[in-house]
Write a protein of this length. Sequence first.
Length: 246
Amino acid sequence: MRQSSTSEADLREPLLRVEGLRKEYSDNSKSGRGALRLFDDLSLEVQRGELVAIVGQSGSGKSTLLHMLGALDAPSAGTIYCATTQVTKLSTREAARFRNEQVGYVWQFHYLLPEFTAQENVAMPLLARGVDRRKAMQEAATWLAETGLADRASHRPGELSGGEQQRVALARALVTRPQLLLADEPTGDLDGASADLVFGLIERLHEAHGLTSVLVTHNLELAGRCTRTLRLTGGRLEAVPQQQVQ
């Protein structure tokens, strides 16, 4: 009985835990205004399986927070844990490995390489890891099928619509089978119909593959479809009742 209880407790442990986070940028100008402080003593917990939306005004630090959660940027103080990994203690090499193995990223712009096909773009994270090309391409084909783009595998980004490009980017983010998905305005450049399709795909893949996902968005309608919504304001995160964002 003790072993069963421990396993259940482990499943309830948050995947992401942020404690005492501070981010400052020094003022190198002659204005004398001092450092810019985005966060001070920010805390956050994200449970396994949650789909969390972060909203807030432009310049409030939403993207910076996402970058720190994914080991793309370092805080000035505080700690970030992803499962048992203390992200803020990783070396440059360890952070690169953590990003490749544990985290999938989707940005507002797709950042696909224009000279490569959709399938080759999706395979890139695996090829960077040293996976055999044939196996990487097979896995890429699987994820293109998951995103409804099996028939577009040989097309280059310039031959795809904006929504299709973002679906390729989503397939690329998930081809390494990460446990954490970070998305920064993933529908921000899309029209209403394409945005709804891409977000619906994120919802489906999040559920089907047991992801924990954090997404930054200005779209309150989409935020209302998430497990919960947090507003970043004044360097702190505040819970927003879902009925207020739907």
